[in-house]
Design a protein around this ligand. Structure first.
Ligand code: NAP
Length: 305
């Protein structure tokens, strides 16, 4: 089944998906925030995807959120903290049986979006692909990875997965998408905040082995308490493996803070701490980490929500 891929958010990941779908001959429409952004995009002549140093430009059609054409399928590719507001801006355009694919990292924004558009099917994605914007309308495909997709409310796989296969977007449908999202969130909570607080690359956390182990133990407890025991299995081992395998890298949160960009902390460590509180299960080290990170962000003039 092929219908138009509306993509809201022409940033790193949205552009990566848009270019690959367009290259495979799928109909793609970018949804940009306003007329100014639309004019900027039009004067750039399209979206450029850089793969292994080779740029390729795709003249993908674009419109603003104010356009009135109906939307059957929407890839939501903004940050978690923008998701609900972005969806609200196009909610009136969604067809009654519309489907949304939510690319946001962390947890919490998916529920906020689903509550805004109760009639739409919301498919969540967990992506390990890596892309960054070199400048507006140009995305660099930096890290090959994988995309897990699933709908916690409905295990039936959608037919548009064929479009992803045609576009060479590596993916698998899973009924356990929440487990995937929780696992990724736990890995993030064990690594990213500490890299910010210790001002180090991922590998620098090898010197803080005990602190990482304590956080992993609390995160595993949390996953058990909130009904995600599978996401807790072998967590500490995987965290230590990731620290070693990505020793030379700066975490995404480290890069956000370094570049003065808002982080997605509210949907990562913040979500973990709120969930623990909701279950009446105190996690003192995780909560202290959250307080330290909030202070650090505020000290750098960055929002902590
Ligand atoms: P990004 O580069 O900052 O792109 C976000 C885009 O959303 C921007 O182009 C922004 O528009 C747009 N946007 C926000 N609100 C909007 C609105 N109301 N209307 C229209 N456009 C709007 O972010 P990203 O790196 O692609 O990340 C997106 C999500 O994917 C995040 O949750 C991230 O954690 C996750 N993720 C990213 C990667 C990666 O490698 N980048 C990997 C895995 C997961 P403007 O340009 O106009 O500001």
């Amino acid at each position: 089944m092929s219908s138009t891929w509306h993509i809201l958010g022409a940033g790193s990941l949205g552009s990566l998906w848009a270019c690959r779908l367009a290259r495979a001959g799928k109909t793609v429409r970018l949804i940009l925030r306003d007329e100014q952004r639309l004019r900027d995009y039009q004067s750039a002549g399209g979206l450029t995807l850089v793969e292994q140093g080779r740029p390729q430009t795709f003249a993908i059609d674009a419109q603003t959120t104010a356009d009135s054409s109906p939307i059957q399928r929407l890839l939501l590719a903004c940050k978690a903290y923008d998701a609900e507001k972005a969806v609200a801006s196009i909610a009136h355009r969604l067809r009654p049986d519309a489907e949304l694919i939510l690319l946001q990292n962390g947890l919490g924004s998916q529920d906020d979006v689903a509550a805004r558009v109760p009639l739409a099917r919301c498919v969540s994605a967990s992506s390990t692909e890596g892309a960054f914007r070199e400048r507006d309308w140009q995305v660099n495909f930096a890290g090959h990875g994988f995309n897990w997709l699933g709908d916690p409310a409905n295990p039936l796989a959608p037919t548009w997965l064929d479009d992803l296969a045609d576009a060479g977007i590596p993916h698998e449908w899973t009924p356990d998408i929440l487990t995937r999202l929780w696992r990724k969130l736990a890995l993030n909570c064990a690594i990213n905040p500490l890299t910010v607080l210790y001002d180090c690359r991922n590998g620098g956390l090898a010197e803080h082995h005990c602190e990482v182990a304590t956080l992993c133990a609390e995160l595993a407890e949390l996953l058990q308490v909130c009904g995600q025991p599978q996401a807790a299995e072998g967590l500490e081992n995987e965290v230590q493996r990731v620290i070693q395998a990505t020793a030379a890298n700066y975490s995404s949160m480290y890069q956000d803070v370094g570049n003065g960009r808002r982080t997605e902390i509210h949907y990562l460590l913040g979500h973990a701490c709120r969930t623990a509180t909701r279950h009446g299960h105190p996690l003192p080290h995780l909560e202290r980490l959250y307080r330290r990170l909030v202070e650090h962000l505020n000290g750098h003039g960055l929002p902590s929500d």
